[in-house]
Design a protein around this ligand. Structure first.
Ligand SMILES: NC(=O)c1ccc[n+]([C@@H]2O[C@H](COP(=O)([O-])OP(=O)(O)OC[C@H]3O[C@@H](n4cnc5c(N)ncnc54)[C@H](O)[C@@H]3O)[C@@H](O)[C@H]2O)c1
Length: 233
C-alpha cells in the first residue's frame, strides 16, 4: 500500500483529498497548522523546515517511505497592491510557495529511493488570468505552477511525476471567509457566470488529484489541470 502525505489536510480541499486517497486505499497522513482528528494527522507549519522534517520523520516511522505528496496548504490575502506591506508579501509567499519548496524537497529522497513518485501542487485558477487585490497570492501560486513544470523535467527520468491543480471557486472555509468579508462579490452571480452553473466542491479537486497520483497517470507530468467549472480555459 502506498503512503501519501497531504498538506493542508485539516480543512477544505486538503481534507477532501486526504479522505479520497484514504478511500482509494492509500495510507494517508496530513500536515496542517490545525490538524484534524485523523490517526495520522500532524501539526506543523509548512514554512518551518525543521517542523516539516520532524512531521515527515514521524510519518515515516509510522507508515514507511512516502511516495505521494499533495501540497494543499495555503492562505489567501486580499489587499490593493500599494497597501501590501513587505511583511504581508513575504508571509503569503512563504506559505504558498516556500512551504511547497520545503515539503517537496523533504519528501523527494523517498521517491528517488523508490524510483517512483507522484506530486500534486494545488495552485489557483487566479494564475490563469490574475486576480485584483491578490498580488502576493497570485505571484506565489504562479510560481508554484512554474516550479511544477521544472520539477517535472528534472524528476521525470526518476519515475516521479509532478503536476498542478489550480482550483477555482471551491466551497471551502477559505472561500466562505473571503465571501463573508465581501471580497468575492455576489456568489449567486458568480454561479450564474460559471459554465457548469454551480460552485466547485472540495471533492471535485480530490477527484483530479486521485487520478494524477494514480499509476495510470504515469504519462502525465508538468501539467496544469484546471478544475474550475469552465470559468477559466
Ligand atoms: N477554495 C478555493 O476556491 C480555492 C481556489 C484556489 C486555490 N485554492 C487553494 O486550495 C488550497 C486549499 O484551500 P481551501 O480553500 O481548502 O482553504 P482552507 O483554509 O479550508 O484550508 C487550507 C488549510 O491549510 C492550512 N494551512 C494554512 N497555512 C498553513 C501553514 N503555514 N502550514 C500548514 N498548514 C497551513 C490551514 O490550517 C487549512 O487547514 C490552498 O492552497 C488554496 O490557496 C482554493
Amino acid at each position: 500500500m502506498k503512503n501519501a502525505v497531504v498538506t493542508g489536510g485539516g480543512s477544505g480541499i486538503g481534507q477532501a483529498i486526504a479522505a479520497r486517497l484514504r478511500a482509494d486505499g492509500y495510507h494517508v497522513a496530513t500536515i496542517d497548522l490545525k490538524p484534524s482528528d485523523d490517526e495520522y494527522a500532524h501539526a506543523a507549519d509548512v514554512t518551518d523546515r525543521a517542523a516539516v522534517d520532524a512531521a515527515l520523520n514521524a510519518i515515516r516511522a509510522q507508515l514507511g517511505p512516502i511516495t505521494v505528496l499533495v501540497n494543499a496548504a495555503g492562505m489567501d490575502c486580499f489587499k490593493r497592491f500599494t497597501d501590501v506591506t513587505f511583511e504581508q508579501w513575504q508571509k503569503v509567499v512563504d506559505v504558498n510557495l516556500n512551504g511547497v519548496f520545503h515539503c517537496i524537497q523533504a519528501v523527494l529522497p523517498d521517491m528517488l529511493e523508490a524510483g517512483w513518485g507522484r506530486i500534486v501542487n494545488i495552485s489557483s485558477s487566479s494564475t490563469h488570468s490574475g486576480a485584483p487585490y491578490m498580488s502576493p497570492y497570485v505571484a506565489a501560486k504562479s510560481a508554484v505552477n512554474g516550479l511544477t513544470k521544472t520539477l517535472a523535467l528534472e524528476y521525470g527520468p526518476a519515475g516521479i511525476t509532478v503536476n498542478a491543480v489550480p482550483p477555482g471557486f471551491i466551497d471551502t472555509p477559505m472561500l466562505r471567509a473571503a465571501a463573508e468579508k465581501g471580497y468575492l462579490g455576489d456568489i449567486e452571480k458568480t454561479i450564474e457566470a460559471t459554465p457548469v452553473r454551480r460552485m466547485g466542491k472540495p471533492e471535485d479537486i480530490a477527484a483530479a488529484c486521485a487520478f494524477l497520483v494514480s499509476e495510470e497517470a504515469g504519462y502525465i507530468t508538468g501539467q496544469i489541470l484546471g478544475v474550475n467549472g469552465g470559468r477559466n480555459t
